[in-house]
Design a binder for this molecule. Structure first.
Ligand code: PEP
Length: 249
């Protein structure tokens, strides 16, 4: 169901004591909100985070997972391992996974299916590179990422999907898509889903924007009609900044 969401992707930051300190501060300062608030600490701290937030409104997500049930995949983590520590949300397809770890649309599609098969919810990330935007190919790139990653899913699966449009040129760069650019792309995404499925699926899916969202620009971006919240990197690492972004929604 379409809802407002603010999710923090902590990436490879925060050791265990820093993780606990940040979660404590977030829990203390969390404002009353109807938005869903999610944090994605690093794997090694997920079990502690999940325990700490057991009765909290803040939910815990993993930053990645493997598609296999188990087996000889050194260094990898399965859906069952996440579920076993009460983590039923996973980020799949982050641009850093695509760029630095060679994750292809085909691999991501397998991961999405593996997560959904276990009744997990997926935050599926996608977005164009700067060169692709400059060449005017951003719509076709996004369309093909959606098609290859998600469009062979059955209609019912979409209730477990959250989309995160993250233009790669805006991630960690301080450069943000303008609210108009975000809105334009989010509307395009809904139209693409309408064409592939139907308007009800397109209107029910939450579409987050990600890319240098901070307290100073969050309100304007979130005010756009097709933007349902944000996936936040750098600004999620400082409690007061993340809290301000939650307040902005
Ligand atoms: C991200 O990594 O998903 C992200 C949006 O990072 P940042 O907010 O730092 O640009």
């Amino acid at each position: 169901m379409r809802s407002k969401i603010v999710a923090g992707n902590w990436k490879m930051n925060k050791n265990l004591s820093e993780t606990k300190a940040l979660l404590e501060e977030l829990s203390e300062k969390l404002p009353a909100t109807e938005a869903e608030v999610i944090v994605a600490p690093t794997f090694v701290n997920l079990a502690d985070s999940s325990r700490m937030l057991k009765s909290s409104k803040i939910k815990v997500a993993a930053q990645n997972m493997h598609f296999a049930e188990n087996g000889a995949y050194t260094g990898e983590i399965s859906a069952d391992m996440l579920l076993n520590i009460d983590v039923d949300l996973v980020i799949i397809g982050h641009s850093e996974r695509r760029a630095y770890f060679g994750e292809t649309d085909e691999l991501l599609s397998k991961k999405v299916k593996a997560a959904l098969a276990k009744n997990m919810r997926v935050i599926f990330c996608f977005g164009e590179e700067l060169e692709e935007r400059k060449a005017g190919n951003h719509f076709s790139v996004v369309e093909s990422q959606l098609k290859n990653g998600l469009f062979d899913l059955p209609a019912e699966a979409w209730q477990h999907i959250v989309l995160a449009y993250e233009p790669v040129w805006a991630i960690g760069t301080g450069e943000t898509a303008s609210p108009e650019q975000a809105q334009e792309m989010h509307a395009f995404i809904r139209k693409t889903i309408t064409d592939a499925y139907n308007a009800s699926i397109a209107n029910e899916v939450s579409i987050l924007y990600g890319g240098s969202v901070k307290p100073s620009n969050a309100r304007e971006i979130f005010s756009k009609q097709d933007v349902d919240g944000g996936l936040i990197g750098g600004a999620a690492l400082v409690a007061d900044n993340f809290i301000s972004i939650i307040q902005a929604i």
